[in-house]
Design a protein around this ligand. Structure first.
Ligand code: FAD
Ligand code: MLT
Ligand code: ZN
Length: 473
């Protein structure tokens, strides 16, 4: 059963009957976390607003634990007292999952930022959940390794947040999803129990793989406190190429040819359309380094022998015969990575993160342009071609309910008709929770509800998120 069988409740959720923080609660927290129980509204403000500045809560208390034991004490107390909690990492999430909706206590992992162990033979890193992705990357690069994931938010996002959203990003094509590279997790359950699944083994088939439940659970099943992750060796040779394409069909052919000719050294294949390029030029003053084209590709090779990689890359570029540039990667990568930022300067952004058969992904953008006509300011497409993941973004001078009504549920129906996913990598959070039925059958959603009830019977962990409204207790 999809779509029409399940009337979508699009209204804001109602506050559930959780307790309010009392003086006694505050003194409990202050005693447990002296100097790290924040109640100054000026210091809490940025934790109440999401990165996109589209949703905000009214929490009056921000807790900053440093250890797993402290997280356990916090949750044990909150569960006993029926106090709701919003786990927060770097607060770069794009679906409104990382900020409270009402007065939920914000549990920030920002001070849980220690590397626990790194084994330079196996490449297995174990660290606390609040380590910032870019800091981990630097730590590893000094040791000749890299993180298996990379994303535009690397300077702020934390590994615990990445795991909780099962973030994809720019390297998934090469190193696969976190469901494969995360080897172990330590999680604190709603009642304070510490679940130690912090294995550092490649292989372990002793029963159910419980850590998978918490990967992509968006803080609704437990708080991740530590992560073990398998890290690849740092490639000796990296090349980035920026290519123009005359049509999306041409882009797909280039992708096919690239897989054939670059094979094992291909490490990323990303695209942006001409509308994205205009926004980069207008709002960020970045310039297009090649001939103007309807589509642009950022592709990366990562290998162990520079001469071999360059030869392959040049043969490939000769074969596809299109306008292209191969220079130092950082400048080219920012044209792809900073599209998100350019969009925020263009107005209120309606963001859609869709998985579809790759040959269909740009049809959705073109169809949406026709469908919306002049109701939208800009309709743009970019994303992870190699993973069949489109980022469809629609801007408007300001928040516009009429525009939103024209986009949703149209975009979800379109996606479900082609058996796509309405959230490829960002999660459901607050914004997409009631649309889950477009991508999951009702029996599956019901079982998700059972698991939530088993692990968090009072529903204190990130209420109003991920599960549809009728399923929150
Ligand atoms: P937050 O935003 O703080 O939280 C995200 C969710 O996880 C929330 O539901 C929160 O409650 C929960 N959570 C956080 N920490 C924990 C924890 N320790 N335990 C339990 N729950 C927790 N995503 C992609 O997949 N691919 C991309 O390429 C990508 N690029 C991005 C680029 C930009 C510029 C931005 C702003 C975002 C991008 N994202 C991307 C979105 C992505 O979800 C996040 O950047 C990242 O994974 C979230 O990490 P965070 O630490 O900021 O988590
Ligand atoms: C990206 O791939 O750039 C990110 O997922 C962020 C976005 O969708 O804007
Ligand atoms: Zn993305």
């Amino acid at each position: 059963g999809r779509g029409p069988d399940h009337p979508v409740i699009s209204a804001a959720p109602l506050r559930k009957p959780f307790s309010k923080v009392t003086k006694e609660d505050l003194s409990f927290f202050r005693n447990l976390l002296p100097g790290r129980t924040i109640t100054d509204p000026d210091l809490i403000r940025s934790s109440n607003i999401d990165w996109l500045r589209t949703v905000h809560g009214n929490s009056e208390i921000l807790l900053r634990p440093k250890t797993t034991e402290e997280v356990s004490e916090i949750l044990r107390h909150c569960n006993k007292r029926n106090l709701a909690v919003c786990p927060q990492g770097g607060n770069t999430g794009l679906v409104g999952g990382s900020v409270p909706v009402f007065d939920e206590i914000i549990l920030s992992t920002s001070l849980m930022n220690q590397v626990i162990t790194f084994d330079n033979i196996s490449g297995i890193l174990t660290c606390q959940a609040g380590c910032v992705l870019e800091k981990l990357s630097h730590f590893l690069e000094e040791r000749d390794f890299i993180m298996p994931l990379d994303l535009g938010a690397k300077g702020s996002c934390q590994i615990g947040g990445n795991v909780s959203t099962n973030a994809g990003g720019l390297r998934l094509l090469r190193y696969g999803s976190l469901r494969g590279t995360v080897l172990g997790l330590e999680v604190v359950l709603a009642d304070g129990r510490v679940l130690n699944c912090l294995a550092t083994l490649r292989k372990d088939n002793t029963g159910y793989d419980l850590k998978q439940l918490f990967i992509g659970a968006e803080g609704t099943l437990g708080v991740i406190t530590a992560v073990s992750i398998l890290c690849p060796h740092k490639p000796k040779s990296l090349n980035v190429a920026f290519l123009g394409c005359s049509s999306f069909q041409h882009l797909l052919e280039t992708f096919q040819c690239c897989r054939g000719m670059l094979g094992e050294i291909l490490s990323a294949f990303e695209f942006l359309d001409a509308s994205c390029m205009k926004l980069l030029e207008k709002h960020l003053k970045l310039s297009n380094p090649i001939t103007e084209s309807p589509f642009y590709i950022v592709l990366e090779t990562a290998g162990s022998n520079a001469a071999h990689d360059e030869e392959k890359l040049h043969k490939f570029l000769e074969a596809v015969m299109t306008s292209s540039l191969v220079i130092d990667g950082t400048a080219l990568w920012s044209l792809r990575e900073r599209v998100t930022e350019a969009l925020t300067h263009d107005g209120y952004t309606y963001k859609y993160d869709i998985s579809l058969p790759v040959e269909k992904i740009y049809d959705l953008v073109q169809d949406m342009r026709r469908h919306l006509g002049d109701k939208a300011k800009n309709v743009v497409g970019y994303g992870h071609v190699g993973d069949g993941n489109l980022h469809l973004n629609i801007t408007s001078p300001s928040k516009d309910p009429r525009l939103l009504a024209a986009i949703e549920p149209y975009v979800y129906e379109w996606t479900s008709q082609w058996k796509g996913s309405i959230s490829a990598e960002h999660g459901l959070g607050l914004k997409k929770r009631n649309y889950i039925h477009y991508s999951k059958h009702s029996e599956v959603v019901a079982l998700m509800g059972n698991i939530k009830a088993l692990l968090d019977p009072k529903g204190i962990l990130n209420p109003y998120k991920t599960l549809p409204d009728n399923m929150h207790r």
